[in-house]
Design a protein around this ligand. Structure first.
Ligand code: NDP
Ligand code: ZN
Length: 179
């Protein structure tokens, strides 16, 4: 095994440990770690991406936002570059939900390429979840609202990876099937 593969596995194990008590919002309460793993799978196997910076940051992308993990801890374990990308894709939880959603749209176009790729994979995975394993109490209107907001975020990253943008568009095309 090469050092990049070993680092990617360490990021998966780190995220699994940090998210170990968390669940997704679907009816089956899927373990939270399935989501970061899905992002890394999309990036590697649908996007053909093998950059350990992107894959590690994808695995860690919700640790700062959704657990007690700090950027300093990620930097100590994975280095400053990975920590910077994870920080870039983390919402500031001290802001209102409305403001956080607005800022995601505003920041997408100015983010680094690794952060833009992670945003693309995050939205692809969340739209797939909304189609296949949605939060148990969401109305069709709320799911549609989330689809539309995601498309506005992704509009800002277009050009970074046409292949993954096409994957996003193909998932988005199912918007009419939301119930
Ligand atoms: P949340 O931010 O509360 O939840 C969405 C997030 O949950 C996703 O971004 C994803 O985050 C995570 N998630 C966990 N499990 C799933 C799953 N199974 N499927 C998809 N995502 C999952 O909700 P909203 O994005 O809707 O944000 C709240 C906004 O919605 C507010 O602006 C509020 O005003 C509005 N709202 C609308 C309602 C309506 O009926 N239209 C009702 C209530 C609120 P991650 O990728 O980070 O894990
Ligand atoms: Zn996410």
């Amino acid at each position: 095994m090469n050092p990049s593969q070993a680092l990617i596995l360490r990021a998966a194990a780190f995220a699994a440990e940090r998210h170990r008590h968390q669940r997704r919002l679907d009816a089956a309460s899927t373990p939270y770690i399935n989501h970061p793993l899905a992002l890394a799978d999309v990036l590697a196997n649908e996007g053909g991406i093998d950059d350990p910076l992107v894959l590690c940051a994808a695995l860690l992308h919700d640790t700062i936002e959704d657990t007690e993990t700090t950027a300093a801890q990620i930097e100590a374990a994975f280095g400053a570059q990975i920590a910077a990308v994870v920080l870039e894709v983390s919402d500031d939880k001290s802001l209102s939900k409305h403001e956080r959603k607005r800022l995601q749209i505003e920041h997408a176009a100015h983010a680094s390429a690794p952060a833009q790729l992670i945003k693309l994979a995050d939205k692809i995975c969340n739209l797939r979840d909304l189609l296949q394993t949605p939060p148990k109490d969401w109305s069709a209107a709320r799911k549609r609202e989330y689809f539309e907001w995601s498309a506005r975020v992704i509009a800002g990253v277009r050009g970074v990876h046409p292949g993954l943008e096409a994957v996003f568009d193909a998932v988005y095309a199912h918007v009419e099937e939301l119930a």
